[in-house]
Design a protein around this ligand. Sequence first.
Ligand SMILES: [Zn+2]
Length: 239
Amino acid sequence: MDAAASTAPNAEKALYIQLGLDKTLAPKDGHWANNDAENAFKAWIKNLEDMMKFCCNKYPNEFGMMCNAKIKVATDFDVTNKPSPADPRNPSYNDDDDQEKLSKGLKNIKTKYPDGIRVMMTQAQIVSAAVVKSANGTLVPIKVGLGGITYNTKVGNTGEIIPTESGTVITVKPGVEGRHAEPDPNTLSHELGHRAGYDKGDIDNNSHSSDRKNLMHPSSKAADTPDHCWCDKISKLLK
Ligand SMILES: [Zn+2]
């Protein structure tokens, strides 16, 4: 326990989020124009509260302050300076160009909370390249739709990994190529795990867990729960 925590163990802490909407989620009169998006966002915040309470209940000595921690969100409804991906029919964040657009939009989020974690929300798809084994055993490249992505690095021209500005985008349309899926309520909790530096998983360079019931599984679902590392990293985001 550090000095600040030991002098004020019950001081109420909060997780501050600066939410931005890109142009795909243009609001009406300064409010949400898309009920599905607003409801998805509420479900993400509720899940994050539940995950923090889980940490508090499972590890009360270490993370007791997470039971009373608040999540404070300030939403910037100005979408004019938050570009969305180029293709209006099938917009997706899937390459460095789109990553640059995302960084620009993230920088433009008005900050009510100076240290707030900036998160962009979109109705565009988020697409990632993957390789799967076909029935006859050959490897086939496919595209998968993600619920969210957090950039900490990008891949250079010769395949090198370049550290980049951190950014998170989450989508209300996680399906891809005509297949529509509902957003998972734990997308934000999972992505904030990456953002906070989750590094005790057993796959993907320790950035994910292979445990199907772990929030940091690559395809984690609503009922999954966080492990000690997630609790620890997220607790350090509380101010
Ligand atoms: Zn992940």
